[in-house]
Design a binder for this molecule. Structure first.
Ligand SMILES: NC(=O)C1=CN([C@@H]2O[C@H](COP(=O)(O)OP(=O)(O)OC[C@H]3O[C@@H](n4cnc5c(N)ncnc54)[C@H](OP(=O)(O)O)[C@@H]3O)[C@@H](O)[C@H]2O)C=CC1
Ligand SMILES: O=C1O[C@H](COP(=O)(O)O)[C@@H](O)[C@H](O)[C@H]1O
Length: 493
């Protein structure tokens, strides 16, 4: 019997020699083990083509979790749960061997036939792996089976639908866990609590009191060694379709009637359905795309995107997107949600700023330029916390107002893209909690919105590069807000 505290499971990782496994998955599983979230009855089977042995694989796992504070015996015990199986996913006979291995492990560990298949490899294989698992009886165990799928889930709505149909032949929607690692971040999960557990915010959370909401996710890094993937994706598919729209949905959704995955998802879906699609004739009034040129990052001179590798020469892929997203529903009519994300920006930061409208007659700040609107800032990374910007009397004689801030900082600091998000999501998958995974409906409505944007952009060639590395993006992104009488709030305090 699988208990909620220490569930027993075999996790099969497709793509176990890859970057994601090493940087995120092994450290996350280790943390679950270390924190007692999984007991001794678990095994991990790593699959990939290279001819590794169990020992080489375990060495790799140990390397991925090394840090000074770890105990060698612990690491050894942990890595002994890992098994490697050299496997080509395109070779249908490989699946028979996998089945035998799983049955063997299920005899050695009391995992009750519970299996997670984690697809940490290129998306072109997702559909066929799911089908092979079904056809070769790998889903027919005594316990539950779940399929975890990495992003990107499709390239546009049509390809996402095709992929979904392929997967759904083999797995039910409630067995499919589509990962969006932003949904595992502590402060992204906190959005709902901040909104729905605080009377002072929820009553004001609408178009009568909020003037605009800004969501920024900026990165210092460039494309690194992911040019092949990234150049076919761009910032819109890589970040906006998933992470950015998920944050918008959490900020804009109605309170669910219960905190169940179904109710939360149903409210998020309503927001994604209400996104105003981009009118091709007005795309420049709503969205800005950019690509980084050379510049300076962390004091070093860095290359522009097109100079990073030969295959990127002349590329018109966007590495930056800023946009004004409108949600056409009763609560949000007229309130812009400004989003921006990009590579090689000034700083690594993910932050949400909720700007409240000014009072009808401000007795203290007479000039527009002097005003200090109340802001609620949700710091997602690198620091975690919330800051509320208020106005208070300046100490001393006279009645002069000055801006002050109330800050709360979470103890845990989410180091950049640390395993914590994956750790929570893997655990949720093990215990069968789908709340922080994206349902097909969310994926479909997000793609429909993104398709309208990409289609509008496809009508013209961008003039790239248009922002230097180390900056906050193209000037047009500032103009986007200025035309509405706003400006981007700084991403550093
Ligand atoms: N890396 C990251 O930070 C992130 C990655 N993702 C997603 O995770 C997935 C994996 O990414 P990443 O780890 O970076 O990719 P990598 O290219 O580093 O790894 C790909 C893995 O797939 C294996 N593989 C490739 N072809 C086959 C095959 N025919 N049969 C069996 N195994 C095969 C490779 O091993 P071998 O060559 O030995 O066969 C390798 O283990 C992708 O969907 C990506 O979009 C999502 C968010 C972040
Ligand atoms: O999914 C992705 O996210 C990372 C950014 O994640 P973060 O947790 O570091 O904010 C991004 O670098 C990558 O291009 C994208 O695929």
């Amino acid at each position: 019997m699988n208990t909620i505290d220490k569930p027993n499971v075999v996790i099969v990782i497709f793509g176990a020699t890859g970057d994601l496994s090493k940087r995120k998955l092994f450290p996350s599983i280790y943390r679950l083990y270390q924190n007692g979230k999984i007991g001794e009855d678990f095994a991990v089977v790593g699959l990939a083509r290279r001819p590794w042995t169990n020992e080489v694989f375990r060495e790799n796992v140990r390397d991925s979790i090394q840090n000074a504070s770890l105990n060698a015996e612990d690491i050894e015990a942990f890595s002994s749960h890992f098994y490697y199986h050299s496997f080509d996913v395109t070779d249908t006979s490989s699946y028979d061997h996998l089945k035998i291995l799983l049955e063997e492990l299920e005899g050695n560990y009391q995992t009750d036939g519970n299996r997670i298949f984690y697809l940490a490899m290129a998306p072109e294989y997702f559909g066929s792996i799911a089908n092979q698992l079904q056809q070769n009886g790998l889903k027919d165990s005594a316990g539950w089976t779940r399929l975890v799928i990495e992003k990107p889930f499709g390239h546009d709505l049509e390809s996402a639908k095709a992929l979904n149909n392929q997967i759904r032949v083999a797995f039910n929607e409630n067995q499919i866990y589509r990962i969006d690692h932003y949904l595992g971040k502590e402060m992204v999960q906190n959005i709902e609590v901040i909104r729905f557990a605080n009377g002072i915010f929820e009553h004001l959370w609408n178009n009568r009191f909020i003037s605009n909401i800004q969501v920024t996710s900026s990165e210092e890094l460039g494309v690194e060694d992911r040019a092949r993937y990234y150049d076919h994706s761009g910032a819109t598919r890589d970040m906006v379709q998933n992470h950015m729209l998920q944050m918008v949905a959490l900020l804009a959704m109605e309170p669910p009637i219960k905190l169940t995955p179904e109710e939360i998802r149903s409210e998020k879906v309503k927001v994604l359905r209400a996104l105003r699609h981009v009118d091709p004739d007005k795309v420049d009034e709503f969205f800005v795309r950019g690509q980084y040129g050379s510049g300076t990052s962390k004091g070093e001179v860095v290359k522009g995107y097109r100079e990073e590798t030969e295959e990127l020469a002349g590329s018109t892929t966007e590495t930056y997107v800023a946009g004004k997203v409108m949600i056409d529903n009763y609560r949000w009519a007229g309130v812009p949600f400004y989003i921006r994300t990009g590579k090689r920006m000034k700083e690594k930061s993910t932050k949400i700023v909720v700007e409240f409208k000014d009072i009808p007659m401000n007795l203290y700040y007479k000039d527009e330029a002097e005003k200090h609107p109340n802001l609620l800032v949700i710091n997602i990374q690198p620091n975690e916390g919330i800051t509320l910007y208020l106005n208070a009397k300046k100490a001393g004689i006279g009645s002069i107002a000055e801006p002050i801030k109330l800050s709360y900082t979470n103890n845990g600091v989410d180091g950049i893209n640390t395993p914590e998000a994956y750790e929570k999501l893997i655990y949720d998958c093990i215990i069968g909690d789908t709340t922080n995974f994206t349902h097909w409906d969310e994926v479909a409505y997000s793609w429909a919105f993104i398709d309208s944007l990409l289609q509008a952009w496809s009508a013209s060639q961008p003039k790239f590069p248009n922002y230097p590395s180390g900056s906050m993006g193209p000037q047009a992104a500032n103009d986007l807000l200025e035309q509405d009488g706003f400006h981007w709030w700084p991403i550093t305090e």
